[in-house]
Design a binder for this molecule. Structure first.
Ligand code: RIB
Length: 334
């Protein structure tokens, strides 16, 4: 006969509810009682059956999360912030990497829904091709988009105001005298790449900057930043500022300029986007648009909890204002 939570509770001299909270990892139990329950469970050889517990309670205390490319340092930072907050409410995070592939993204979303996660947080790979996945998975579980979103699809979203973020970077380099501003970013597949590009073009238009400055669109990877810098150096005149779609690209640009003895910021200003941990360690330290990861995580979980509480609650789209962090790559100090 399998040992039950009731057996453990009686052995520990606590209520079944207390024993259940301890055995399902809740933090709302005193250390003394938690110790008594865990000692009783060990003494009786109790094994918590998460599946049986989930069936009984109608929830698994798990949340799924899918990010487009876990290798990019922006994503682990936001995953860590989300996981830390979920732990505070006794929930576990199941993380999947879409590897920048919408087919993998859909497979992972199905797998998480099949495992009855209580909700799903997704950073969609594509603003269009990811729509089919959202249509399918929102039928089965509450979904919140964070950072990126799918175009024309009614799902909660929280992210930074990408266009405003790029405007901060362009205004900054213009204030330092730049007139020939190049843009290096990712191809227009994701909503963040699209919005940052739109923000750049809006600033070129509004400020009467030359329209013939390069816009080099590839990936959000440092390798692309290096390739773009080689392209800029091969086709003079050089810009006097390079605004990058994210920090990884900017690090690639800085490395190639250093290799070719182009001085930053003396010869050219460089800015990034994200403020990943390595931005301040770049050479020179990178001026960048900061995404407030903790705030994004908090808002994302607030939206998810609201959707889990009421599937019909009105859709919310929350754009958080990013901030500019000025460092040596544009003449500031860290
Ligand atoms: O660095 C990867 C980029 O894609 C980040 O800026 C983040 O916003 C994501 O959308």
């Amino acid at each position: 006969m399998a040992v039950t939570i009731r057996d453990v509770a009686e052995h520990a001299g606590v209520s079944v509810a207390t024993a259940s909270r301890v055995l399902t990892g809740s933090r709302n139990v005193s250390p003394v009682l938690a110790q008594r329950v865990n000692d009783a469970a060990r003494a009786l050889g109790y094994r918590h059956n998460a599946v049986a517990s989930a069936l009984r309670r109608g929830r698994t205390n798990t949340v799924g999360m899918i990010v487009p490319e876990i290798e990019n340092p922006f994503f682990p930072a936001i995953v860590e912030a989300v996981e830390r907050r979920l732990q505070g409410s006794g929930r576990d995070l199941f993380l999947c990497d879409a590897q920048q592939d919408v087919a993998i993204e859909r497979h992972r979303a199905r797998a998480l829904a099949n495992r009855q996660v209580d909700g799903l947080i997704i950073v969609p790979v594509s603003s269009t091709a990811s729509r089919a996945t959202l249509v399918e998975v929102t039928e089965r579980t509450p979904v919140v988009q964070v950072d990126r979103y799918v175009q024309e699809y009614p799902a909660d979203w929280v992210g930074v105001d990408d266009q405003h973020g790029i405007s901060l970077a362009v205004e900054h380099v213009m204030a330092l005298g730049a007139t020939r501003v190049a843009f290096v970013s990712a191809a227009l597949e994701s909503s963040s790449a699209q919005a940052r590009h739109a923000g750049f073009e809006r600033m070129i238009e509004r400020n009467g900057l030359p329209h013939d400055t390069p816009r080099l669109l590839g990936t959000f990877r440092a390798e692309w930043g290096r390739a773009a810098a080689i392209e800029l150096l091969a086709h003079p005149p050089m810009p006097d500022a390079v605004v990058c779609g994210n920090d990884e690209i900017a690090v690639g640009v800085l490395g190639e300029f250093r290799r070719k003895r182009v001085r930053v910021p003396e010869d050219v200003l460089v800015t990034g986007f994200d403020d990943i941990r390595f931005a301040q360690l770049a050479d020179p330290p990178l001026t960048t648009v900061r995404q407030p990861g903790d705030q994004l995580a908090a808002e994302c979980i607030r939206l998810l909890d609201a959707r889990m509480a009421d599937r019909d609650t009105p859709i919310q789209r929350v754009a958080i204002a990013p901030s500019l962090v000025i460092r040596e790559s544009t003449g500031g100090s860290s």
